[in-house]
Write a protein that binds this ligand. Structure first.
Ligand code: AMP
Length: 306
């Protein structure tokens, strides 16, 4: 089953303790598509300016990503600059230039208007709500992501959006910011009370938690020796997670748990190199071996007679 994703298609300038990248392919939609396309077909909707290196973005087409919903308009592309001075879990945003994104009004092409899986990647919550209005039949699953920038500037619209989605992914800092509580279990409960059936709280190198009413599942992060650039880990996680659900079409609790592991595996690849480089290199066997490593990571026998 195909996944429709609406998100940012950006140029990222990133500085980590291991190096720098300038104007590299980035954006929530781009990372999501690069990741999910390993598991299912992806339709990407976004906007770029006249300065965007479309030839580089087109590499995604070879992975089965339909780019016909990416509009190129006159003006500058969305640019994000960030750095990770010490803590690789949370970037310091140095600059956000909305460019053509400021007047972006996503138009979902007619043939994309009936998706089985819809991912509203991190963009302005007002735009995420606009996209929902254009979808004709209710998808099997609607999921969304967000970030601190929108929680502080568009909180009301974000809370409204949460009333229409099945699942939201956000990182621990964002969950705390959105709910005004430090305890993540309480924060997850509060977010569930806004409407979604599932909340995934990502904790960077400390793994991810999947919450639903009265239940919680935890997946560790893969212990990597070569963590290069954490940018895009969250979107790649979402790509692996939704991509796996779309591939299998199974929304049972056990399958959602497996999907969290696929998400964690894809996130772990994304951070091994700058931009989407590593996501474009890996293949099915790399992904399956990493998922198997995850299984080994948490497997243990409980001794009952202690
Ligand atoms: P993450 O997966 O959370 O690391 O997201 C990283 C991506 O988010 C980067 O490639 C940025 O281009 C993109 N980004 C940063 N700020 C924003 C924003 N305000 N709206 C949409 N996308 C953003």
């Amino acid at each position: 089953m195909a996944v429709l994703v609406v998100g940012s298609v950006a140029l990222d300038s990133v500085e980590t303790p291991f190096g720098k990248a300038d104007n590299a392919l980035g954006g929530s939609g781009t990372f999501f598509a690069a990741s999910a396309s390993h598991l299912t077909s992806v339709q990407l909707v976004g906007v770029v300016g006249s300065d965007y290196p479309m030839d580089q973005l087109r590499a995604l087409e070879s992975r089965g990503v339909d780019l016909s919903g990416v509009e190129q308009v006159a003006g500058s592309s969305f640019r994000w600059a960030g750095r990770y001075p010490h803590d690789l879990n949370s970037p310091e945003t140095l600059d956000t230039q909305l460019g053509v994104f400021a007047s972006f009004d996503p138009k979902i092409p007619e043939r994309f208007q009936n998706p089985e899986f819809l991912f509203l990647a991190n963009i302005d919550p007002e735009l995420q709500l606009n996209v929902l209005k254009q979808v004709t039949n209710r998808p099997k699953m609607i999921a969304c992501d967000t970030m601190n920038f929108w929680i502080s500037s568009k909180r009301d619209q974000l809370v409204e959006l949460l009333g229409h989605v099945d699942l939201v992914t956000l990182n621990d800092g964002e969950a705390r910011q959105l709910t005004g509580t430090n305890n993540l279990v309480t924060a997850a409960k509060t977010i569930l009370s806004y409407g979604p059936k599932y909340v995934i709280i990502k904790k960077g190198e400390h793994g991810a938690l999947l919450f639903s009413e009265g239940k919680v599942f935890f997946a560790p992060a893969y212990p990597l020796e070569t963590l290069f650039d954490p940018t895009g880990a969250g979107d790649s996680f979402a790509g692996g997670f939704i991509g796996y659900l779309a591939k299998t079409g199974d929304l049972s609790e056990e399958n959602l748990r497996r999907a969290v592991i696929y998400g964690s595996a894809m996130g772990s690849f994304a951070v091994e190199k700058f931009s989407i480089t590593r996501l474009m290199e890996v293949d099915k066997s790399d992904i399956e071996s990493r998922v198997a490593e995850f299984k080994k990571l948490v497997e243990f026998e409980q001794e009952v007679n202690v």
